[in-house]
Design a protein around this ligand. Sequence first.
Ligand SMILES: NCc1[nH]cc(CCC(=O)O)c1CC(=O)O
Length: 335
Amino acid sequence: MQPVQAPFPAGRFRRARARPATRALTRETVLTVEDLIWPVFLRDGEGIEEEIPSMPGVHRLSVDKVVEAARRAADLGIPAICLFPYTDPAKKTKDCAEAWNPDNLSNTATRAIKDAVPGIAVMTDVALDPYNIDGHDGFVNAADGTVLNDATVEALVKQALSQAEAGADIIGPSDMMDGRIGALRDALEEAGHHDVMLLSYAAKYASAFYGPFRDAVGASGALKGDKKTYQMDPANTDEALRLVARDLAEGADAVMVKPGMPYLDICRRAKDAFGAPTYAYQVSGEYAMLEGAARQGWLDGDRVMLESLLAFKRAGCDGILTYFAPRAAEALARR
Ligand SMILES: NCc1[nH]cc(CCC(=O)O)c1CC(=O)O
């Protein structure tokens, strides 16, 4: 692009900004409800909505309540809901077998939502951390504490197949093991799940912004050490492009950058380089930051919410996973 601008006073940028109508006509990006994926937390029980202290306004929901939430989301026009289970600590083991139990919380909720609200897409999470006694996304080698790659990928395949079987529309591997996209794609094709989408957490950074999420899924206490041997170094950007290229080549239908706001440069580069459907995850710490300040009266909550989400569209994203999804949908409907 080669912008040409008349010199002042022939050229006045303020003309286009002078009235709502011409601001609307010259607007380059829009945020709509169809850009939103709503991550929700599950827990067992019935009739339960349990607030997460580090994420005010966000709750762990029992299956009946998540069905209600899915109905509300569908009524608002939100295309997809993404499930994250809080697993009863008694069900966490070294072998993480609960991850591929056909009747685990995530699979039970998927079936219940697809049954009651078939129009909303259900996205599920592939990673072992909610089920792992060690709190890591993969198996931990007892001898030296390292996180095992290839053995973990075999488990992730079992987990993803159980999710596809339960009716998941979109499977989101958030584990950052190498080779998992190819393995998952082969297994899904072989099992006849030809239309299940893989949305790869391709560029997922070892970030401090995940703190409140780990509280929400009950992984904070369990986690020993950090995730730096599998999640990316926040200093890297070329590596993100290599990972996106790798995951697309292995059969990902779409890719994600995570966290969101501090990584908009990665979103833009990934979209420009590959043109694939590209998503960002506005993670728990970003939510806590904005919502915390809004509740203190330090920021205008609705305005910063919508401005932060629009920024993802400007950076080239096709959509955003955000805990604000229903509130953003309501705010957009009011405009
Ligand atoms: N598989 C783990 C996972 N999946 C989604 C998130 C973070 C989401 C958020 O912070 O909102 C994490 C946390 C982590 O990697 O420790």
